[in-house]
Design a protein around this ligand. Sequence first.
Ligand code: ADP
Length: 486
Amino acid sequence: LSDRLSNPALLIEAGFIAGEWVAESLQDDRFDVKNPSTGEVLASLPDFGVTETRAAIDAAYTAQKEWAARTGKERAAILRKWHDLMVANADDLGAILTAEMGKPLAEAKGEILYGASFMEWFGEEAKRIYGDLIPGHQRDKRIMVMKQPVGVVASITPWNFPNAMIARKVAPALAVGCAMVSKPAGETPLSALAMAKLAEEAGVPAGIFSVVTSKSSSAIGKEFCSNPKVRKLTFTGSTEVGRILMGQSAEQIQKTSMELGGNAPFIVFDDADLDAAVEGAMISKYRNNGQTCVCANRIYVQSGVYDAFAEKLVAAVQKMKIGDGFEDGVTTGPLIDKGAVEKVEDHIADAVGKGAKVVTGGKPHALGGTFFQPTVLTGVTDQMKVASEETFGPVAPLFRFDTVDDVIEKANDTIFGLAAYFYARDLGRVYKVVEALEYGIVGVNTGIISTEVAPFGGVKQSGQGREGSKYGCEDYLEMKYVCLSL
Ligand code: ADP
């Protein structure tokens, strides 16, 4: 991997704790980071535990006070520099990301720029953390509301967006004056370490952003939740783990932000522009090989256009090029690991066993490893696992529906509520469906919804809190109401 980098210093085999690059853990445990495409070992990292995590928290706690005392403009200048460094190093950061996670290089670079956009956006917001002056309730009273950083924030993030999931958290946290201790996924810590290197270069003070590397997370998660110096936990990952973490953080009534699982419906009405709907479905379903929490998971197509849509979708899927992320023209990489392949196979077998038909794909790819054929299933019904569970892989199950009310009911019949998409042209129908969908994000006639300027987040068991937009700062701020008697 280092041969591919113009700055090999970005490939780091140490954690970043309290402003120090720490190459060995106290227990001397290590773990390997592997390329999911080739199985090649990319790096060996120290496997840190509770003691090192505590050291990172202590340093964050001390450093945060001075960081918060700086003006918004001073913090903004550093975030701007961090953004610029990420953009300048996008090729290297993209290569590191492709190597450890598998997504195609162009997509990886896109993620780097998307991640960097949060540094830019929240750096700008740092200057605009406004409070309120409220007219007093009595003649001699003056009321103020000020916004203050929550303090030390702990972050736990998944492997599917090794850069952007951290950027979305650390940028607002640092912008408003918090410090952050980050625990990246064991599969993909290299992107986080490269980000930390650039943060250091940009002038983020020691202790303000630590990266604790570890293969497993539960001990570190417990420390994050029980350490009284940690005032907030921000998590992106599965609903299952989010529930565990919320339970643990209840102990000290920690603030939490939770970006959890999804089960996105993608609805195609009979007045939709079918070519646009296919294009949107391709992006929403197969981006990152189906491994995003906003991926279309259930595709509902109205009876009148069902066959035509299926045919066009299959034609588009058959043009995808599966392969190593570094290869030219590859649209789709491998799945992250064997477990991911097993889940995809289980969902397909379950659907086929209950009467669905595989119209394309359906099997492991000839490339072997964790490569899988992009798959389209027709004749899918509500009784199949794909209807209620997140597949997190390249399987597009096509459900048939007849009426608007029927599809709204089906779309909402899930514990999740992150993203939903639909394609329709009739304005009355568009409004009705937008209002009825119980989701935090709705894409209408588009399959791409992620941007730093909009609030990303879910309802129901998809989580709480929003990342990005002017609302993104709120998750890292406390409100203080001051009542002044003259
Ligand atoms: P994914 O399917 O994306 O791996 P998970 O929710 O399993 O989703 O993992 C998301 C992140 O949470 C990863 O960094 C993982 O290491 C971490 N994690 C998993 N279990 C726990 C736990 N019990 N406590 C703290 N972190 C955990």
